[in-house]
Design a protein around this ligand. Structure first.
Ligand SMILES: [Zn+2]
Length: 482
């Protein structure tokens, strides 16, 4: 596999390219879907091909093909060089400034005790349909659904600097959900098994059955939930709910390519301009947000990125102060950093690598605190669990997030479910309102398997995480009431 990729880089170098890399990807995906008492579908695909990226006089050229043979590789390299030469002629500034990186040789394999692609469809169907049966035992539940999603991506990467890298990463995700009908209303409650780069061994049938019973009963309870109050309240978010808020208000906001205007047309820019590096008060002193592409079972952990840079761990926010961005080799110089943070990833052999959010999580608190301790110190507030609708503006600044289940807190206790609750804030206001986060024993990871970015859009995956966390005086408004 490496031989043809090496030839691609060597011929690009002979043609005067300052840098070239080539990657071959074998992408296997399977999604198994259940509805009520039966399987509703199964999509299974395998997709292989290679891409060549060249840097010529500061300009990129990229081309790709599903046919991996010597003649096709030569054709694809020639096309990538033609594109780069044409782009170089149009450059008005000096073009790409490429951060140095020593050559790397690495073979990375994710932990996968049980290969999901060798588990029978019968066993997968049984897991999902049994969970549906449990949910449907509850009379209020009129529909029960679920899916299992598995991905295995094998990547061979070579560059003109002598790097030779291989990774083999299996990841999985599962969601089950119940829809309750009654009381002139319908309500949905779901459980997302934490996505991770693990195999079928990540799933435990007993856990699925327990969660199925819980989500069915909570979907039923949502039917008689009160409408959320409006105004300013203290809130507590669970790990899953806060994971999405971390993703949108910190992860995307601190991608350096977005800050530099490379993503504006697709999904907006960022308020975190370069003047804020090292000094901006992003959050309170309780807030340390760690990026870690070496995290065990992390969805963005793949040994190295598509610039040939190994996975790293660094603080994006430390004790409330913004430290630095997620970068690739093309962007490090904009913030006077000599080395990339290794965040450049391509989602497909036909995609050019772009800066992606790393695994990114809120560090747990040092003080021994449980969710009940956080709630005990609230007179009137809300507890948010799971993800629901959200929106964030083009500067990653003004946002609102809902929860899949929300409880009212009165005099230090959860007293009943609420519906239509949304918390609304500005990124720094929200993170500065954080006054406590639970300790390590309550910390959980949650994955994002469908992060969209780029134009044409690429889909990436990464892990977030947090322990339940409290925020003071947050504005609560109502969204739709069902
Ligand atoms: Zn995203």
């Amino acid at each position: 596999m490496f031989e043809l990729l090496k030839q691609a880089c060597e011929s690009a170098s002979r043609e005067g390219c300052q840098f070239a890399d080539a990657r071959y990807l074998d992408i296997r995906k399977q999604r198994v879907i259940s509805r009520d008492h039966a399987l509703a579908g199964c999509n299974d695909s395998e997709d292989c091909g290679f891409g060549v990226r060249v840097l010529y006089k500061g300009a990129w050229g990229f081309a790709s093909s599903p046919d991996f043979n010597a003649a096709e590789v030569a054709k694809v390299v020639a096309l990538a060089i033609r594109i780069a030469r044409a782009s170089a002629n149009a450059l008005r500034d000096g073009g790409v400034q490429w951060a140095a990186e020593p050559p790397l040789k690495l073979d990375y394999q994710s932990d996968c005790a049980r290969d999901p692609f060798s588990v029978s469809l019968e066993e997968k169907a049984e897991l999902l349909v049994s969970a549906n049966e449990i949910m449907l035992k509850n009379e209020a539940i009129k529909r029960a659904q679920g899916y299992l999603l598995f991905k295995r991506i094998q990547r061979w990467y070579v560059n003109s600097e002598g790097s030779e890298l291989h990774s083999d990463v299996t990841s999985s995700e599962s969601v089950i959900w119940a829809i309750a009908v009654g009381n002139d209303d319908f309500q949905e409650r779901n459980w997302q098994a934490p996505s991770s780069s693990r195999g079928f061994d990540a799933y435990d049938k007993t856990e699925f059955m327990l969660q199925a019973e819980r989500v069915a009963s909570q979907a039923q309870e949502k039917l008689s939930a009160k409408l959320a109050p409006e105004g300013e309240f203290d809130i507590v978010t669970d790990s899953e709910n806060l994971s999405l808020t971390i993703h949108e208000s910190v992860g995307h906001a601190t991608e350096l390519d977005r800050v530099m205007g490379y993503e504006v047309s697709m999904a907006g820019a960022s308020f975190v301009d370069r003047d804020k590096k090292g000094k901006f008060q992003y959050g309170s002193d309780q807030v340390t947000l760690m990026a870690d592409n070496t995290l065990q079972h992390g969805l963005a952990t793949q040994g190295f990125d598509d610039d040939g840079v190994p996975g790293q761990r660094w603080e994006i926010v430390k004790g409330g102060i913004f430290q630095t961005y997620s970068t690739g080799r093309e962007f490090a110089h904009y913030i006077d950093e000599e080395r990339s943070r290794g965040c450049c990833r391509a989602d497909h052999w036909s995609s050019i690598p772009i800066v992606r959010i790393p695994n990114l999580f809120l560090m747990p608190g040092k003080e021994s605190l449980s969710p009940d301790d956080l709630i005990a110190d609230i007179k009137h507030g809300l507890y948010f669990e799971g993800m629901d609708s959200f929106s964030i503006d083009q500067w990653r600044l003004n946002f609102q997030f809902g929860g899949n289940a929300v409880w009212e807190i009165k005099n230090g206790r959860k007293v009943g479910m609420l519906k239509a609750a949304l918390y609304q804030s500005r990124t720094p206001t929200f993170w500065n309102a954080c006054d406590a986060t639970c300790d390590e024993s309550h910390w959980q990871a949650h994955g994002v398997m469908n992060c969209g970015k780029g134009d044409p859009m690429q889909i990436a995956q990464m892990t977030h995480g947090a322990a339940p966390t409290r925020f003071r005086n947050i504005s609560i408004c109502r969204g739709r009431d069902s």
